[in-house]
Write a protein that binds this ligand. Structure first.
Ligand code: BES
Ligand code: MN
Ligand code: ZN
Length: 495
């Protein structure tokens, strides 16, 4: 999608569809809170007021109304989009409203539009990101595309174009396109997205963007002693890969921060010998969403060039119940030297991340953030709305939460009290890979903490948020790309 800014007055914009926000209010005139809405209302002789008064358009969040041939405008259509209650409308809602507009246009095969944006850089960036995200459809393997035509050109109408807004638009384009790149990786079925394929995709991206890329194969993992990662991989015919991407700034900032980003990439999680029920197992192709988000974050970082060194580590495996698969009760030795009793082969994400966390420390990372579709328990706790955010260090957790808020992704802090560790006792090894039934997302995080300590570390459980079960007005069903925008923002705001 081509994006640009214009400062033409709304009446003068030649477009297939001029998009204007209107809000939900008791009196129709209060719904026209934005100056542009009032101006369009005036030009058309009260079309907006009339739409609101008749109740055909209520201003409800993400509602759209398409009107043809508005008088006294150069636009062929006037599209109203609801902003909901004015006082509850922020940049998160704006991002989604822009997405909803693009999805409404796309479904009608309207391939060009202009949206009026009130505000500054933050509003421009939310609108642009939302438009790019709304334009995405995971229909790669449909030979007949039935969901209309994607929007090709989208103009943001602002009061005055300046360098600040141009820069905001460019950054939003990078973030939005990167998020769709992540969604493309996650949408791939497991037969087309094996650990080797993911490593190849990371290599290609690194070569294009100028990042260092090192892929550790099973032989090197074995030499190093990554017994936990190899244990998970051994049930599959597909070889594992530990993808390491490095970004080194030209002008390193003062201070010795070196951020490690880790992402779980289980290209298919059958559960292994502790096999999952077949119902819904197809979805376990998205068990690499954390890894994909981290690869995406590195792609954006390479383009945005922050002053912070960042190393990404993506352990990629397929969790299968093959003849050489690890068994419940097996004991593995992790890279850290700690031994783990694998009581459930379906708790594999924490095993592969354990070795990656230790390796991140060996590579000199000073702060760690991981993203993983780690537990069904986080879905029970937070549903499909919030990412569960666990932190061993309040300052780092606060940074991540602030980045999430700024990026418009919803995160919720989760506890990590030492008391939860009581569940992680094994008779035969240093620790088991599962706790009991209760607080499963937290005991999984406690397990990771054993390998992240003593570094400041944040763990993001995205099992509930990396995949949309049902389409939203502003987003297609399927992969969401969460939490890539937060990771990008974290690095940019830190540098
Ligand atoms: N990949 C799953 C977690 C998951 C569940 C992701 C639902 C997305 C949606 C993970 O590897 C897993 O199987 N976790 C188990 C842990 C259990 C065996 C302690 C779970 O949550 O059931
Ligand atoms: Mn599993
Ligand atoms: Zn898994």
């Amino acid at each position: 999608m081509e994006l640009r800014l214009t400062s033409l007055p709304v009446e003068q914009i030649e477009t297939e569809a001029l998009v204007v926000l209107a809000f939900q209010a008791d009196r129709p005139e209060d719904g026209l809170a934005h100056a542009a809405a009032r101006r369009v209302d005036e030009a058309t002789g009260g079309w907006l007021t009339e739409a609101l008064r008749s109740g055909e358009f209520t201003g409800k969040l993400y509602e759209t109304l398409v009107l043809h041939r508005p008088p006294n405008l150069k636009a062929r259509r006037l599209v109203l989009v609801g902003g909901g209650k004015r006082e509850r409308f922020g940049s998160l809602e704006l991002r989604r409203a822009a997405g909803a507009v693009v999805r409404a246009l796309r479904s009608r095969s309207v391939t060009e539009a202009a949206m009026v944006v009130e505000g500054g850089a933050e509003e421009v960036s939310a609108t642009a990101e939302g438009a790019i995200l709304g334009n995405y459809e995971p229909d790669r393997y449909k030979t007949e595309k039935k969901n209309g035509k994607p929007v090709e050109r989208f103009t943001l109408a602002v009061p005055a174009v300046d360098a600040g807004l141009e820069a905001a638009l460019e950054q939003a384009r990078i973030a939005g396109e990167t998020q769709n790149y992540v969604r493309d990786l996650v949408a791939e079925p497991a037969n087309r997205m094996t650990p080797s394929v993911l490593a190849e995709r990371a290599r290609e991206m690194a070569a294009e963007c100028g990042l260092e890329c090192d892929v550790l194969d099973a032989g090197r993992m074995n030499q190093l002693g990554m017994g936990a990662l190899l244990g998970v991989a051994q049930g599959s015919a597909e070889p594992p890969a530990l993808i390491v991407l490095q970004y080194r700034p030209q002008l390193a900032a003062e201070g010795a921060v070196h951020l490690g980003l880790l992402g779980k990439a289980v290209t298919f999680d059958s559960g292994g010998i502790s096999i999952k029920p077949s119902d819904g197992m197809d979805k376990m192709k998205y068990d690499m969403a954390g890894g994909a988000a981290v690869i995406g974050a590195m792609r954006a970082i390479a383009q945005l060039k922050p002053s912070l060194p960042v190393t990404a580590l993506i352990p990629a495996v397929e969790n299968m119940p093959g003849g050489r698969a690890q068994r419940p009760g097996d004991v593995v030795r992790t890279l850290s030297g700690k031994t783990v009793e694998v009581l459930n082969t379906d708790a594999e994400g924490r095993l592969i991340l354990a070795d990656a966390l230790t390796y991140a420390q060996r590579l000199g990372c000073t702060h760690l953030v991981d993203a993983a579709t780690l537990t069904g328990a986080i879905v029970v706790a937070l549903g499909h709305v919030n990412v569960g955010a666990f932190g061993s260090d309040q300052a780092l957790l606060d940074r991540v939460l602030a980045a999430a808020r700024a990026a418009g992704e919803k995160f919720w802090p989760m506890p990590l009290d030492d008391e939860y560790k009581e569940q992680l006792k094994s008779v035969v090894a240093d620790l088991p890979n599962i706790g009991n039934r209760w607080g499963g997302a937290i005991t999984a995080a406690m397990f990771l903490k054993e390998f992240a300590d003593p570094l400041p570390w944040v763990h993001l459980d995205i099992a509930g948020t990396a995949w949309l079960e049902e389409a939203k007005p502003y987003m297609a069903k399927g992969p969401t790309g969460v939490p890539v925008r937060t990771l990008i923002r974290l690095v940019m705001d830190w540098s």
